[in-house]
Design a protein around this ligand. Structure first.
Ligand SMILES: [Fe+2]
Length: 294
């Protein structure tokens, strides 16, 4: 199986830091491109995401041709954006076919939150096949002009431990590890780093019929799950760096420390918090780029 990329990622680190995007002409290897085009042709029909069909483009889920390709992608994105590989979560892997009548000048948009870094592979394009584009998807306004009749593979990554749709091959394993950490008393889980769980879509505040205010967490596709004010505060402390023990200590200083570890354990069991063994960058990519186009 060939490598996906032809380029040396470290050659693009400075450009990304300066502009927030890079365009890498011919960045996909010819062999990989041939296999990808074949894959798209063979499988597009079965993998349509009907719920995601929007406007004048159709989407299908992309399966990595080899597990190593996922690692290669993360390593390239980590090098170009200047974060550790372990900070990166994949949040989307969709192939989009722009229909023949697609609007040549669609409205500019920003991608969803989990698309901190969007990577686009251009396929089957007459003028410039195999180009790779990488940009700050959720921060920069962007659009694809003259998309009609083209096919693009979009891979979206972030440093927030965010995989709302459950498309990262490691997401199930992170959940399993979290559950075994909190369920096994012998593990040193206070040294772990609690973060908002991958499948959490959003956290909100809402009113009951008697006008009492409630905080809630919505895991993708699931109903509102109420959390207490204190649990909300705990989530706010989770910055991808602090351990369970450190958050517990901070809360004690503000006189709210009782049973913090137990509260985090319950949040983890409910699927609201994941426990990591290494810190994550949490939004540092966006912070690094000076010329953000917002
Ligand atoms: Fe987009």
């Amino acid at each position: 199986m060939p490598n996906m990329f032809t380029f040396k990622a470290n050659r693009y680190t400075d450009a990304f830091a300066e502009h927030g995007y890079v365009h890498i002409p011919g960045g996909l290897s010819e062999e990989f491109h041939v296999q990808l085009v074949k894959y798209v042709q063979d499988s597009f029909e079965q993998k349509h995401l009907k719920d995601f069909a929007r406007g004048d483009k159709q989407q299908a889920m992309f399966e990595f041709l080899e597990p190593e390709h996922y690692d290669e992608l993360r390593e390239a994105v980590a090098t170009i954006t200047g974060v550790e590989v372990s900070s990166l979560t994949l949040s989307e892997r969709h192939i989009k076919e722009y229909e023949p009548g697609a609007d040549p000048y669609p409205l500019a948009h920003k991608d969803r939150f989990g698309s901190e870094v969007s990577v686009a592979f251009r396929l089957e394009i007459q003028d410039r096949p195999r180009d790779v584009q990488m940009f700050l998807g959720n921060a920069m306004w962007h659009l694809r002009e003259h998309g009609a009749g083209t096919t693009v593979l979009y891979l979206k990554l972030n440093t927030y431990n965010c995989d709302t749709l459950g498309e990262d091959p490691h997401t199930a394993e992170i959940r399993q590890t979290t559950l075994s950490m909190v369920d096994t008393p012998s593990t040193n889980w206070p040294a772990s780093i609690p973060v908002i769980a991958r499948r959490v879509d959003y956290i909100h505040q809402r009113y009951s019929r008697d006008w009492s205010e409630l905080f809630g967490v919505v895991i993708y596709g699931q109903p509102h799950a109420t959390i207490t004010d204190r649990e909300f505060e705990l989530l706010r402390w989770m910055d991808g760096q602090r351990t369970v023990a450190e958050i517990s200590k901070q809360m004690k200083q503000s006189d709210k420390g009782a049973d913090v570890q137990e509260a985090i354990r319950l949040l983890a069991q409910r699927g609201i918090v994941d426990l990591l063994t290494e810190p994550i960058a949490m939004g540092k990519i966006r912070g690094k780029v000076v010329t953000e186009a917002v």
